[in-house]
Write a protein that binds this ligand. Structure first.
Ligand code: HEM
Length: 242
């Protein structure tokens, strides 16, 4: 009988677990203890590397979702958008771990970053690339079906699939904004809101970028719906301030 503990996969590592996940390589991607400028640097690197992996995973699923939207398969599009959004929750919450680094200690780590900046984050850039393409795929579906965004919301039971996709796109847009908000707070806490970053970008620019939306029309439709409801209530003599 075969020994089930013996690895059968190709590659380095004592077990198939290590070979499949390539843990030797993965766990050698952090500085060795003697190379660390500060003991907190391990956490700094692990948080960044974990975020990059999750952003890569999310961008991959978002691109698959885009393909499903274009093919008219809203069920699978919404399923993968949901998965990508769940993945994006983690880079947002990982930011809070770095809030435990105190400013004086951070400057010791920062001295070794060169011109390294999150502006060059491959994972985040991938999100910025896929975001508009998802919007185009969704809009071209609306165009083909001769529907407005308002139609999809008003007749959401009839257009359940498209409505589900619209809401999941909104979840994605919200998560990118949440990432930017919590990241701005992190930068303000650690290096301050009135300074210039490692690539020469003032932290204030992070504030401006937070305003960016991928799917403005999906946010705006709420204003139109409320305006219509207010007008109807005024006509009927009832009203609400909410
Ligand atoms: C101590 C922690 C951190 C500090 C002080 C910090 C600071 C900054 C600053 C100052 C910028 C502006 C650009 C520049 O560097 O000049 C920036 C951009 C950015 N950083 Fe960080 N960062 C931190 C952690 C992280 C982490 C964990 C990530 C996760 C991937 C990240 C991702 C980004 C991204 C994506 C941008 C571009 C933002 C955008 O386009 O809105 N940062 N960061």
């Amino acid at each position: 009988m075969d020994d089930l503990r013996k690895p059968i996969l190709p590659g380095k590592g004592a077990s198939d677990y290590e070979r499949y996940l390539r843990t030797d390589e993965l766990l050698s991607l952090q500085k060795r203890p003697e190379e660390l400028l500060h003991k907190d640097e391990m956490t700094f690197q692990v948080v960044h590397q974990s975020s990059e992996l999750l952003l890569k995973g999310a961008a991959w699923e978002l691109d698959r979702a885009r393909g499903h939207i274009a093919d008219g398969d809203d069920g699978n599009a919404a399923r993968l958008l949901r998965r990508a959004n769940q993945m994006l929750d983690y880079p947002v919450s990982l930011l809070h771990i770095l809030e435990t680094i105190t400013p004086y200690d951070y400057h010791i780590i920062r001295a070794g970053l060169g011109h390294g900046s999150g502006l060059d984050s491959p994972g985040f850039l991938a999100l910025l690339h896929i975001g508009p393409r998802l919007g185009e795929a969704f809009n071209s579906r609306l165009h083909q079906a001769n529907l407005s965004v308002d139609d999809v919301y008003r007749r959401h039971e009839e257009f359940f699939g498209l409505h589900d996709v619209a809401e999941r796109l909104l979840d994605f847009d919200e998560r990118v904004q949440l990432f930017r908000f919590h990241h701005l707070k992190l930068a303000q806490r650690i290096i301050g809101g009135g300074v210039v970053g490692t690539m020469g970008t003032p932290v204030e620019v992070l504030h401006q970028r937070m305003e960016h939306l991928f799917y403005k029309e999906l946010w705006d439709v709420r204003n139109q719906i409320t305006a219509k409801a207010n007008a109807a209530m005024q006509k009927a003599g009832t009203g609400s301030k909410y």
